[in-house]
Design a protein around this ligand. Structure first.
Ligand code: G6P
Length: 466
């Protein structure tokens, strides 16, 4: 077997400080790290990841960054550099570019402050490349995950040409016209950084094609090496989902939920509090459903679970209050003494999320643009009541799941309301047939298959590359 080094910004283990300033191990919030971790436990794989917080940095210094049979190599950067790289460049720029989230007449403002942050992003990438360079055995396969680390490809090609490097994007990839928003030099460095990898992978052919179009765009880049590309969608880890679903915490959460939902049908959604997830339009779709279809009033609840994310960014805090206010308005408009149409929870409670996935009659996944969307695949595994999936055509998962999902344009609130109606009104036989087919489809590809595809892409590399 090859030596494998996994590299990602968020690692499998993180820490927080309790009220007395003591280090306590926290769960890993990110879906990506949480999905890869079970595959690597006990394997002896190196996993290079950032010490993201003060608590992580202390834990790394005290040798506490350990996991069962995973060799964690923590990357500790200057805290200001790290914050600028993570907040300003990775999350407030590259994430927005790849998801087409900018309100272009106003944002982004690529000023002196931004250019300093870009230098910090390069410095953080350099620190990662140094740690990988020191940890990777000769000829190792290096699997770098996501947009935080785009520049490491070029860096590793220069310092460790023996390594077989793969970059995998969990986001969409920007269309060329959107990548052109970046300062020309930064866009060029970004593409050169990625082109330095042996191969670049994506969840769907659509994001792979966008990347290739950027490489070929004459304004963004003039010539240069084109890396191998591939697409390989991530699948859920069915064992991990089943195990969570069996846990006592999950059973307790399910009882509570059954109580709250009562005789109503449940529309469920589970997301990070994240602009691309389109949570507010989901609420407006519910509002329109009650308006267009009075028969659903007092017979449907939306279980809207959204957990905090990237709270260092003002946009995310504002989005959180927009969600709260919209949910309140809808509850005030339609609610009665004994029925609230929206059950909103803004806490990170995985047991409750898995319980809700078990219980949905309709799962609403309506992102404006999404690399894949793992919830759309975890839901059908956890669900026990023949629930239906209403799925955005802009989610990478749509390409695989479309035959068994109700597709929507995520911007079209009316179409979303109509799809919710169709799913709620569906007869029992059709529900059962569609749910069974969806489950089969989801189970046909697991997280392990996805990891194997990345290893295969690495093995296929021509070592004599330039
Ligand atoms: C997305 C990204 C991951 C990231 C996760 C959570 O899924 O593709 O790379 O880890 O969001 O975001 P966070 O910023 O909390 O790591």
């Amino acid at each position: 077997v090859d030596d494998v080094v996994v590299v990602s910004n968020r690692g499998p283990v993180s820490f927080r400080l309790d009220d007395d300033g003591r280090l306590v191990r926290a769960g890993s919030g990110g879906g990506l790290a949480a999905t890869i971790r079970p595959l690597l436990l006990g394997s002896g794989t190196h996993w290079v990841a950032a010490a993201m917080s003060e608590a992580d940095r202390r834990a790394a210094a005290e040798g506490l960054m350990v996991d069962d049979g995973i060799r964690i190599e923590s990357v500790t950067c200057d805290p200001d550099d790290y914050r600028m790289a993570y907040d300003v460049v990775s999350n407030a720029t590259l994430w927005f570019i790849h998801h087409h989230l900018f309100d272009l007449p106003r944002r982004p403002r690529l000023d002196r402050h931004w250019h300093r942050a870009w230098d910090a992003y390069a410095a953080v990438n350099r620190s990662f490349a140094d740690v990988v360079g020191a940890a990777a055995p000769p000829g190792a396969v290096v699997l770098v995950q996501d947009y935080h680390l785009a520049l490491t490809g070029r860096m590793l090609a220069d310092t460790r040409p023996d390594l077989r490097t793969v970059h995998f994007s969990h986001t969409p990839f920007a269309d060329p016209s959107m990548l052109r928003v970046l300062p020309g030099a930064a866009a060029g460095e970004l593409l050169e950084g990625l082109a330095g990898f042996g191969a670049c992978g994506f969840h769907t052919a659509r994001w792979e094609a966008a990347f290739r179009a950027c490489l070929d765009d004459p304004v963004l880049r003039r010539g240069g090496r084109t890396p191998a590309t591939f697409h390989a969608p991530l699948g859920p880890d069915p064992e991990a989902v089943a195990e969570q679903a069996r846990s006592p915490e999950c059973a307790a959460a399910r009882r509570l939920l059954d109580d709250q939902v009562g005789d109503c049908q449940a529309i469920v959604r589970v997301d990070r509090i994240e602009l691309s997830k389109n949570i507010v339009r989901g609420l407006w779709a519910l509002d329109q459903l009650f308006e267009d279809r009075p028969e659903w009033r007092q017979r449907v609840v939306l279980v809207n679970l959204a957990y905090p994310s990237r709270e260092g960014l003002a946009d995310y805090l504002a989005y959180r209050s927009e969600i709260e206010h919209t949910a309140e308005r809808i509850n005030e408009r339609w609610g009665t003494a004994d029925w609230s149409p929206v059950l909103l929870s803004l806490e990170d409670d995985r047991a409750r999320s898995v319980a809700a996935l078990g219980r949905y009659d309709v799962l609403l996944v309506n992102p404006v643009r999404d690399g894949l969307n793992l919830v759309a695949k975890e839901g059908p595994i956890a669900n026990t009541v023949d629930g239906q999936l209403v799925l955005s055509r802009e989610a990478g998962a749509y390409d695989e799941l479309s035959p068994d999902a109700l597709g929507i344009n995520p911007f079209d609130v009316s179409e979303t309301a109509a799809a919710l109606h169709r799913a709620l009104a569906m007869g029992a036989d059709e529900r059962a047939a569609r749910a069974a087919s969806l489950r089969r489809r989801v189970l046909s590809r697991t997280a392990a298959d996805w990891l194997d595809d990345q290893r295969a892409a690495a093995r296929a590399l021509d070592l004599a590359r330039g």
